[in-house]
Design a protein around this ligand. Structure first.
Ligand code: CP
Length: 332
């Protein structure tokens, strides 16, 4: 990256709330209040319609422009932000990073200022480097909002929101739940954001299960228990979420288990899930590697809520964009 974030980060949680207490960026779920989380989940429910019915639409972003800037691959997040913006009436620009001038050495801020000059109001940013969304948020004009769509191994706030919405739909409450997240916790921004939301919503038994080499720093997820034995970690779980190994974020693969060893010891399968509660739901943020972190038959089976997570992803992104539109309206 050129001239990328070198400055000391301000508290991201403070940066994303304006002087009137309104959400002006979404950079992290760390520090987001219980009430705001619940409000966003409740808003998202209003954007859900039954399969086969027409999707919900409003005009709350009519006249506004949303730019999707994905400097890392994405299927779910990019497509759902695209649909969410359009269903709220916005003009949506999907920048093709492979043909963008950042490939020619343009700094990310020059890209951002170029889009700002074209009157883009909301920038949805995915980047492989930590700190990029907050860095951009600190440099754009006050009327421009930045939404974090996946930041290195640090944060993926809308994924965390859609995960807790899916859990709430099935389990109704959080305080007595046992939630097990299994896989490459160390390199997973999903594990970070989903854990932060679960903890704020009251989950007291959150287990992060991984081989020791893929475990997070012990104090990086306050309130979670780190477990390296799958059977022990899945015991009586209400919710089981499998994660893929984030090979693109692991510099040195020495010590990382091979596929067969990993599946034997940490794969979520119809056999290993027997340790969980009979009504446990099975989640995966995608992209999914069948036969590595999850058995295909389980992913397609009755316990799986994986496609519901995807459906909820559009509703959550609509809820966040709609909230940003209200912040913009309140400023006028
Ligand atoms: N879960 C998730 O972020 O998926 P994509 O990489 O396809 O957006």
């Amino acid at each position: 990256m050129n001239a990328e974030p070198k400055e000391v980060l301000r508290d991201e949680a403070a940066l994303q709330i304006d002087n009137n207490g309104n959400l002006c960026h979404l950079l992290t779920l760390k520090g987001v209040s219980h009430d705001l989380l619940v409000d966003i989940l409740d808003d998202a429910e209003k954007f859900l319609t039954r399969p086969g019915d027409l999707p919900a639409r409003t005009r709350s972003l009519q006249g506004r422009t949303v730019a999707n800037l994905f400097f890392e691959p994405s299927t779910r997040t990019r497509a759902s932000f695209d649909l969410a913006g359009k269903r709220l009436g916005a003009d949506v620009l999907n920048l093709d990073v492979n043909t963008s001038s950042r490939k020619k050495g343009e700094s990310i801020l020059d890209t951002i200022y170029t889009l700002e000059a074209m009157q883009v109001d909301v920038m949805v940013v995915r980047d492989a480097s930590a700190g990029v969304p907050a860095y951009i948020a600190r440099h754009v004009k006050p009327h421009v909002s930045i939404l974090n769509a996946g930041e290195s191994d640090v944060s993926h706030p809308t994924q965390g929101l859609l995960d807790v919405l899916t859990i709430r739909q099935h389990k109704k409450r959080f305080d007595d739940l046992v939630v097990a997240i299994v896989g490459d916790i160390r390199h997973s921004r999903v594990a970070m954001s989903t854990s932060q939301a679960l903890t704020t919503l009251g989950v007291s038994d959150l287990r992060l299960i991984s081989p020791p080499v893929l475990a997070p720093d012990p104090d990086s997820v306050p309130g979670a228990t780190l477990v390296d034995n799958l059977e022990e970690g899945l015991e009586d779980a209400d919710v089981v979420m499998a994660l893929r190994i984030q090979r693109e974020r692991i510099g040195n693969l020495d010590g990382i288990p091979g596929i067969d060893e990993y599946y034997a010891n940490y794969g979520i399968s119809n056999e290993s899930i027997k340790r969980a509660r009979p009504d446990a739901i099975v989640m995966h943020p995608g992209p999914m590697n069948r036969g590595i972190e999850i058995e295909g038959a389980l992913a397609d089976g009755p316990r799986s809520v994986i496609t519901e997570q995807v459906r909820n992803g559009v509703a959550i992104r609509m809820a966040v964009l709609d909230r940003i539109s209200r912040t913009m309206a309140a400023r006028q």
